[in-house]
Design a protein around this ligand. Structure first.
Ligand SMILES: C[S@@+](CC[C@H](N)C(=O)[O-])C[C@H]1O[C@@H](n2cnc3c(N)ncnc32)[C@H](O)[C@@H]1O
Length: 507
């Protein structure tokens, strides 16, 4: 489980891709072909529609936001060369808004990352403000998607990035006029100017945290831009103060952790050398010897091919510490029961020192295929056997023997944050019970320590043959609960939140 839940976008292997131009409602749609008709082959076009008036980072950000919202593309994939940026990027831009801009330089790229990531994180908050400043509710509800993205960008730049307000207004108005039409520019102008005035008077129309629990949760959800269900849950389990701290942490600029890939004999010093040559500032992880933290520069890491070549992976240290809880040893046969996209699988495989096997199971074939491909670039493919199966079916029908079983039971929860949405699924405790002949098992569960503890206790009371194996010899003491479970706390440790229980069955 990797989080008490952030909306942070991580590098993940995701199969969906936006099809260029598939979401621009304002563009003319092609007429369907009649039977027998053939679409003429379109010659490769030279970049004729170059527009040098519009600021490139805003045009690209608007198009990326469209792809993410309507095409299912992930912000992280869009940062990777060949998967949406670089030369591809401008063709998406041209197809979506009708023109290209000049190519992005490093500063533009940093701005795009910041604006796209921030606009996604703050969307609920930004939409509340935009809706409040529209003429009426219908104008907001019926707003065409590209126009809404341009407004979100403008609001984010003015409120959260504190950019010079009138420059932001001018630039976003120009983008709306050229990408859409003059009337759209006028609307952007009117709404952004209202925002600037209200900001100057410190009178933004924001909700007050008052009324019953539900009303308070709604207000907090808007103010901190989180889903209402999540806020209610966190307030219930953590109390208002802790929940607020957690949401604040969630909304800070995300840092990233990189794991040096020992499976390719890359040490952390090798990785540090590469980061130094790219001038990417970094710090060594305090908790894990393979990990390095970076605040900025992920784009450079991606573009230099370090991820593609399997030199390192982006992995939160909390996920790394869960692997420490599993403690993979050379020769182990380990079932990773809900494995894709495979961050933990790959790390576990790299710990085996070329002896043993990780059985990586997932119900989603596409995600599993990507896991297999990544394993090749990480040079650990010989240590991973993928199993395409629904764990519930597998557990009912197969007699299996593993030394260790890792069950990433975040799937138990209904999930809806952008970062978690690909993990939705259903695995239940019966499945767990049915896995035969295992010696050790590890559960990783959703957030809310009390809830997790309760689940583990309920399981243990039904299965007295299991007992808790305390994790204190496997992870630093600040991560060990009084019951011997692993728990990382975003506010305390500046990592994603994670909970893991190590359960051992008496043979
Ligand atoms: C939270 S993600 C796992 C993340 C992974 N452990 C990692 O560290 O990268 C959950 C995965 O469980 C898979 N899943 C959901 N229900 C499943 C089921 N019934 N059987 C097998 N896999 C399932 C989903 O397809 C998804 O890929």
């Amino acid at each position: 489980m990797a989080q008490l839940l952030s909306f942070r976008v991580y590098l993940s292997a995701e199969t969906q891709k936006a099809s260029p131009g598939s979401f621009k409602r304002t563009q003319k749609t092609r007429k369907p072909l009649t039977p027998g008709q053939r679409r003429p082959v379109t010659p490769v076009r030279k970049p004729q529609n170059l527009n040098l008036e519009v600021s490139p980072h805003r045009a690209v950000s608007a198009v990326r936001l469209m792809r993410i919202e309507f095409g299912g593309a992930f912000a992280d994939l869009l940062n990777e060369k060949g998967k949406g940026s670089g030369s591809n990027e401008m063709s998406y831009v041209e197809r979506t808004i009708g023109f290209r801009t000049r190519d992005l330089d490093d500063r533009d790229l940093r701005l795009v990352t910041d604006v796209v990531g921030g606009t996604i994180r703050w969307r609920r908050y930004l939409d509340h403000l935009i809706g409040s400043l529209c003429h009426n509710e219908r104008t907001f509800r019926n707003m065409e998607p590209l126009l809404l993205q341009i407004l979100r960008i403008g609001f984010y730049e003015i409120i959260k990035l504190d950019m010079p307000a009138y420059a932001v207004v001018d630039e976003n108005v120009r983008l709306a006029k050229i990408a859409l039409r003059p009337g759209a520019g006028d609307l952007v102008n009117g709404i952004l100017r209202k925002l600037v005035t209200l900001k100057e008077k410190d009178a933004l129309p924001l909700p007050k945290v008052e009324g019953d629990d539900r009303a308070q949760a709604r207000a907090l959800a808007t103010l901190h831009s989180h889903p209402v269900w999540m806020v209610r849950r966190w307030v219930k389990y953590l109390g208002l103060d802790e929940a607020t701290k957690l949401m604040t942490w969630n909304n800070t600029d995300p840092g990233f952790s990189l794991r040096a890939n020992m499976g390719r004999d890359i040490t952390r010093s090798d990785l540090v050398e590469r980061l130094n040559s790219l001038k990417v500032p970094h710090e060594l992880s305090l908790h894990l010897e393979e990990f390095v933290r970076i605040k900025t520069g992920l784009q450079m890491v991606v573009q230099a091919g370090l991820l593609k070549e399997g030199i390192c992976s982006v992995q939160d240290e909390s996920a790394g510490l869960v692997v420490s809880v599993v403690n993979p040893q050379p020769g182990d046969r380990i079932l990773d029961a809900c494995a894709a996209p495979g961050g933990k699988t790959l790390f576990m495989a790299s710990c085996l020192k070329r002896q043993g096997m990780i059985y990586a199971m997932d119900v989603n074939e596409g995600r599993l295929r990507i896991l297999g491909e990544t394993a090749k670039s990480h040079q650990v493919a010989g240590l991973i056997t993928t199993i395409h199966s629904d764990l519930r079916v597998f557990a009912e029908t197969k007699e299996v023997q593993y030394d260790k079983v890792l069950l990433d039971a975040r799937v138990l929860d209904s999930v809806s944050s952008p970062r978690e949405r690909t993990c939705a699924g259903t695995v239940n405790w019966r499945t767990w019970k049915n896995l035969q002949n295992y010696r050790m098992s590890f559960l990783i569960l959703p957030p809310n320590p009390e809830e997790n503890q309760g689940r583990v206790e309920a399981f243990l009371s039904r299965h007295p043959e299991f007992s808790v194996d305390p994790v204190d010899r496997l992870v630093p003491s600040s991560f060990v609960t009084s019951q011997g479970f692993f728990l990382s706390n975003p506010v305390k440790h500046s990592l994603d939140g994670a909970f893991a229980a190590r359960l051992v069955r008496a043979l």
